[in-house]
Design a protein. Structure first.
Length: 139
């Protein structure tokens, strides 16, 4: 796994902290577009190998719901609710367009890691563990 993808995975939800909206905005029918907020904030500090998977991680959820018949069953209730707000599973044309992005496979990897990380009590390294990779990748 590349350092850039590790950084994208670490920061993929930074937009939730930056958009200034309440935590449970999906319950109010609002899509905070955290992926776009995060990408805009990170773009001056990182190249597309970081920002594109981050920007596309919501699109990757929509993509996976369209191409993997088992994927939607793995989503949490909150993720299913936000999926509806984000446009639902991709159409065939949207799948084709998504696959033309050179970073789509990394976005799918990031999405799958994000889904696996939603396990309560999961033992993961602290941020200090990743400091050197963040310093190498971010300007």
């Amino acid at each position: 796994m590349s350092d850039t993808l590790v950084v994208a995975a670490l920061l993929h939800d930074i937009g939730h902290l930056l958009h200034g909206l309440p935590e449970h905005i999906a319950d109010k029918g609002i899509d905070g577009r955290h992926e776009a907020v995060g990408e805009a904030w990170l773009a001056p500090q990182a190249g597309p190998a970081v920002t594109e998977p981050l920007r596309l991680h919501v699109a990757a959820k929509r993509y996976l719901c369209a191409v993997d018949s088992d994927y939607m069953a793995l989503l949490s209730p909150a993720s299913i609710k936000s999926l509806r707000l984000q446009g639902g599973p991709y159409t065939d044309d949207e799948v084709e367009a998504f696959e033309k992005n050179p970073h789509y496979q990394d976005a799918v990897r990031l999405r799958r890691w994000d889904d696996q990380a939603k396990v309560a009590g999961l033992d993961v390294p602290d941020l200090a563990h990743y400091r050197s990779v963040l310093e190498r990748v971010l300007v």
